[in-house]
Write a protein that binds this ligand. Structure first.
Ligand code: GLN
Length: 495
């Protein structure tokens, strides 16, 4: 039995039947990380002691005859912008190189309470700004399916860890696509929950009106289990809400479970496909594979309807003008006094202003500095109304588009990314071409809705042969309808 291929439910069964112990499982993953991380670089930190002691705790519980939660003993990894107590948390930045998390993020606490084993912290673009994980100050992660290509970003380490079977599931964060796009590039499942469904207490903030934490896993079932474990209101995050609507959807569905549940769910389903998402610029192979998947849902009995999201073309600029100012405000705290220090001790520092200038210049990478400059500019006196305020108005128009669409349809299907996983180095020197990666994902963050990235197949092999690269379908739902998205996602694999 290949332990690293098991799903959460299979691990649970294996543990209670004593086919293997949590410690054995944990060691198998740790060994595999030691072997593979050199080439993939999905992990920034491996917390061997923490992982082994948790696994032992679970083994002791099993031996003592206690019932264990479903997630107990399951090896996981956490994006390195989410705090795990007493473990370094760098956010992929030099400025936080020596920062040790003083407490657990709420999501981490919830996972620990369930007995989850944390193997380590995964690589990311610095402060989650990027689409390829090449912006990490510690070096890029490689796509396990093709080591010459990027794994996507910013949660590239989290997606690569799952794809390479170095972790059963991982947590990522999604501000403009950072869970969905790397999941799509690595052929795994990723969920961006509704804004407010999961507490962000202990997440290093990027753009606070957009950030959400969510799971990445091999299967939709695993994503659902993890999402259910981390969701819910938290008094430490005032934007978090109770997700009772999710329960309602579930119980309604159970009540009408005959005729057979699966068919009845799909046969009453109307899926909207936005025409603005299939225009010039989309890779023809991506378009072909996405359309095949939509056809498959049609054959299962869903009704497919073309819809329009007319303000789509403004989504990317709107995202930039909202996320950069928010980032510039959030990143103001990294002053090398509270966080970080000046490493080059030989520099002559004449004033406090000098100090900040040197510390921030030294500590932040090019992309982060670019966004801070754009953000402070857009917030400066006289420009605030012209930029930030205007973008907020456009955000409302985009939200209205989605609300109008969801009056006619139950779900929206779209590509996750307009292109296939690209080569390392291909876009990194051209920020505008990098930003295009986010064209289909940022709207969902601007409106706060939930969306799943579902691996639906592979593009045709490239000229040099080998396997085709993975393509992800984006399933967008109404707020707090994560379960509906997940149930529909599950149907793909089982049909
Ligand atoms: N790729 C997007 C960006 O560069 C989104 C990042 C994210 O979701 N954290 O901003």
């Amino acid at each position: 039995m290949e332990l690293t291929n098991l799903t959460i439910a299979q691990i649970h069964q294996g543990l209670i039947k004593k086919d293997f112990s949590a410690s054995e499982l944990c060691k198998t993953f740790l060994d595999k990380i030691k072997e593979k991380n050199k080439e993939i670089f999905a992990f920034l930190q491996v917390c061997e002691d923490l992982a082994l002691s948790k696994a032992k705790e679970i083994d002791d519980m099993i031996l003592a005859g206690y019932e264990i939660p479903l997630l107990a003993g399951v090896p996981s990894a956490i994006k390195d912008n989410i705090l795990v107590e007493n473990i370094p948390c760098t956010a992929g930045s030099k400025i936080l190189e020596d920062y040790i998390a003083p407490y657990d993020a709420r999501v981490v606490k919830k996972l620990k309470d369930q007995g989850v084993v944390i193997l380590g912290k995964t690589n990311l673009d610095e402060f989650a700004m990027g689409s390829s994980t090449e912006n990490s100050a510690f070096g890029p992660t490689r796509n396990p399916l093709d080591l010459t290509r990027v794994p996507g970003g910013s949660s590239g380490g989290s997606a690569a860890a799952v794809a390479a079977r170095l972790s059963v599931f991982t947590l990522g964060s999604d501000t403009g696509g950072s869970i969905r796009q790397p999941s799509s590039f690595c052929g795994v499942v990723g969920l961006k929950p509704t804004y407010g469904a999961v507490s962000r207490y202990g997440l290093i903030a990027f753009a606070s009106s957009l950030d959400q934490i969510g799971p990445i896993a091999k299967t939709v079932e695993d994503c659902q289990i993890v999402f259910n474990a981390i969701k819910g209101k938290d008094e430490m995050d005032s934007t978090s809400v109770e997700v009772s609507k999710i329960e309602n959807y579930r119980s309604k569905r159970r009540a009408s479970s005959s005729p057979p549940l699966r068919r009845s769910v799909i046969e009453n389903l109307c899926i909207g496909v936005p025409k603005e998402y299939f225009v010039k610029g989309i890779n023809p192979e991506v378009e072909r594979v996405i359309k095949l998947a939509i056809k498959k849902y049609e054959e299962m009995g869903a009704y497919i309807k073309e819809i329009s999201l007319p303000h789509t073309e403004y989504a990317l600029p709107c995202y930039a003008v909202i996320s950069c100012p928010e980032a510039s405000a959030n990143l103001a705290r990294y002053d090398a006094i509270k966080y970080g220090e000046i490493k080059n001790k030989k520099l002559k520092i004449k004033s406090l202003f000098d100090y900040y200038l040197i510390a921030r210049g030294e500590g932040f990478g090019a992309e982060v500095r670019r966004r801070i400059m754009l953000g402070t500019y857009a917030l400066s006196a006289g420009y605030y109304e012209a930029y930030y305020l205007r973008a907020q108005k456009i955000r409302t128009l985009i939200k209205n588009d989605f609300e109008r669409a969801f009056k006619e349809v139950d779900l929206i299907f779209a590509p996750v990314s307009p292109f296939l996983p690209f080569k390392i180095g291909e876009r990194i020197n051209d920020p505008l071409s990098m930003y295009l990666s986010d064209i289909y994902t940022v709207s969902v963050n601007l409106v706060g809705f939930p969306a799943l990235s579902l691996p639906i197949g592979k593009a045709a092999p490239l000229q040099n042969g080998g396997d085709g690269l993975p393509v992800g379908l984006q399933i967008i739902g109404k707020p707090f309808e994560e379960d509906k998205i997940l149930e529909i996602g599950k149907l793909y694999a089982s049909n």
